[in-house]
Each structure stands twice: as structure tokens, then as C-alpha cells.
Design a protein around this ligand. Structure first.
Ligand SMILES: [Zn+2]
Length: 176
């Protein structure tokens, strides 16, 4: 409220309250006071982004409130997205992403190398196996291994000593 308005209201009140003020004068002062108060009363609250509302219409107020909340939520989302993008664009964020990418690549390369080594070792074992067992003929004695299942003796036909699958598993040789 401006100081001028405040002073006017105080003067009118004093005039209305003063015992020597006449009735007609007092009535005029009251009307002027009413007008001054209307002029200085705070405007009905406005909702951002929506037309000015009749404060006596609660439904319009409520619709406006929901519109306002929706708009505020959307504005918040847009702002958060902008902040997120800005953060991602900083040199530090780029450096961290680049570093993570490099680490990921190094880990994948190490894994591929380990797999290649394992394959080479397996190939070497197979070569060694075929070198040992040759092309037969073999004993062909059978056993059941808990993991490998049914295995066959790959020693040459023999009457003594354990059967051997030449992959590290041996079992007693039984004559038929
Ligand atoms: Zn055998």
C-alpha cells in the first residue's frame, strides 16, 4: 500500500471517529474510505499462465490450480532435463565417460585374450591326446565318469594294468 493511500485512510478514519464531524460529512467520509480501501486491497491472487479468475468461482479456481500444477510439473521436468544435459556436457563428465569407455574396452580385450589362451590350451590338449592314442586299435573298456559320462579306454588292447581314457581318468581293467 502506498504511503499516500495509507495517509488518506488514516485521515478519513480520524474524520469519521471525530465527535464533531457532522452526519452528512461522516457518510461522505465513509464512502470515500470504502473506495480507498477497495483501491488499496491486494488484488485477487493470479495463477501464472491462466487468465485472471473470478475469486468467487471455486471451480474455476480449482481448474486453474490443477492447470498451474501441471504446468509447474512440466516446467520442473524441462529444467531438470536441461540441468542433466548441462552436467553431461561438462569436460569432467566427458572425461569420466571416456575413462569408463576405455576401461570397458580394456576389460573386453583382456577377456578375449584369456578366451583365446584357453582355446589354444584346449587345442594343445587335444593334439597331445591324439598323439598319445593314435588311431587305434584300442582296448575300448568302458567306464562311467561322474562328469564326462561314458568313457572308453584308449590304451592299446591290454590284459594288465588300469584302463585309461588318456584324458586323466583311469579305472580297473576287467576281462570280459
Ligand atoms: Zn583298457
Amino acid at each position: 500500500m502506498a504511503d499516500d493511500d495509507r495517509t488518506t485512510i488514516q485521515k478519513l478514519r480520524a474524520l469519521i471517529d471525530h465527535p464533531r464531524t457532522g452526519e452528512a460529512e461522516r457518510a461522505v467520509a465513509r464512502r470515500m474510505l470504502d473506495r480507498a480501501r477497495q483501491k488499496t486491497s491486494p488484488p485477487a491472487p493470479r495463477v501464472a499462465g491462466v487468465p485472471h479468475l473470478d475469486p468467487r468461482d471455486p471451480w474455476a479456481q480449482m481448474h486453474a490450480l490443477f492447470d498451474h500444477l501441471t504446468a509447474a510439473a512440466e516446467a520442473q521436468r524441462v529444467q531438470q532435463e536441461r540441468i542433466r544435459k548441462e552436467r553431461r556436457a561438462t569436460p569432467e563428465a566427458r572425461r569420466v565417460r571416456s575413462e569408463a569407455s576405455r576401461r570397458g574396452w580394456a576389460a573386453r580385450k583382456a577377456r578375449e585374450e584369456a578366451e583365446a589362451e584357453a582355446r589354444a590350451a584346449e587345442d594343445a590338449r587335444e593334439d597331445e591326446y591324439y598323439r598319445l592314442v593314435g588311431g587305434g586299435p584300442w582296448c575300448d573298456g568302458l567306464d562311467v565318469h561322474p562328469v564326462m559320462g561314458e568313457v572308453e579306454c584308449r590304451r592299446p588292447p591290454h590284459a594288465g594294468g588300469d584302463c585309461d581314457d588318456m584324458r586323466g581318468h583311469t579305472w580297473p581293467h576287467y576281462d570280459d
